[in-house]
Design a protein around this ligand. Structure first.
Ligand code: HEC
Ligand code: HEC
Ligand code: HEC
Ligand code: HEC
Length: 121
């Protein structure tokens, strides 16, 4: 595992640099498809991705109305297809995981994003 990571490092660095270069050239970052944002995420996604909407709605976050944009961004200024765990700690400080001691580096390595159920990778 460690050997593999060391081998990957130059490739990852190179990738990092070229991505930065591309971003510097004014290319766009992650983008949501061009849609009518006067509708809410939930209104529209109840139609376009009904399973995701349902899983979210029945989860602890859905029941509390903790909505899509909290993880994915507002879809225009900010958008994350695969959100990270940065926003979790503000509400779940007691869940802070020392990722340096762990094989995983993201809450979503263990929790499904919408149902929040534990899953094994
Ligand atoms: C008017 C409709 C509409 C609205 C409003 C909308 N979306 Fe979407 N969204 C879509 C469609 C259509 C897709 C593409 C679905 C597919 O490919 O199956 C999509 C895709 C996505 C994806 C997956 C993108 C990918 O590249 O895989 C995410 C995440 C997402 N939307 C989140 C949001 C969030 C968060 C909001 C609110 C800020 C939002 N959407 C508002 C219609 C909408
Ligand atoms: C707690 C954080 C969180 C919330 C809230 C959330 N998502 Fe996600 N979403 C994720 C994560 C993480 C992924 C990446 C795939 C995964 O692990 O489930 C994802 C992936 C997606 C995708 C890509 C399709 C896929 O399965 O990979 C769509 C579409 C999407 N979310 C829509 C939504 C919509 C619509 C809402 C609100 C109803 C929402 N998400 C709320 C975390 C979240
Ligand atoms: C706005 C506050 C808030 C944020 C931010 C937040 N959560 Fe939550 N979350 C809650 C609340 C409230 C509950 C329900 C009460 C509880 O179980 O603590 C909950 C419950 C959960 C549960 C338990 C689900 C269950 O069925 O028991 C998981 C897992 C979870 N959140 C993961 C996450 C992850 C991962 C993130 C980061 C993307 C996140 N949360 C961000 C408020 C938040
Ligand atoms: C190594 C796997 C793993 C990681 C990483 C992880 N969790 Fe969990 N988490 C679990 C397991 C296992 C449970 C209990 C089983 C269940 O009911 O889902 C749990 C339960 C929870 C609960 C339910 C409340 C409780 O105390 O039982 C919350 C909230 C939660 N996790 C939030 C988070 C957040 C936020 C992160 C990221 C900072 C995170 N988890 C990262 C495995 C993980």
């Amino acid at each position: 595992m460690t050997k593999k990571l060391l081998f990957m490092l130059p490739i990852l660095l190179l990738l990092g640099f070229s991505l930065t270069a591309i971003a510097g050239m004014g290319q766009e970052k992650e983008k949501h498809p061009d849609v009518d944002f006067t509708q809410s995420c939930r209104e529209c996604h109840a139609q376009v991705t009904p399973e995701i909407h349902k899983a979210w709605k029945e989860s602890a976050h859905g029941r509390m109305n903790f909505s899509c944009y909290m993880c994915h961004g507002d879809g225009t200024q900010e958008f994350h297809v695969k959100p990270g765990s940065e926003t979790c700690i503000s509400c779940h400080s007691d869940q802070e995981v020392d990722f340096s001691q762990s094989k995983v580096d993201n809450c979503f390595d263990c929790h499904q994003g919408h149902s929040l159920k534990f899953h094994e990778n």
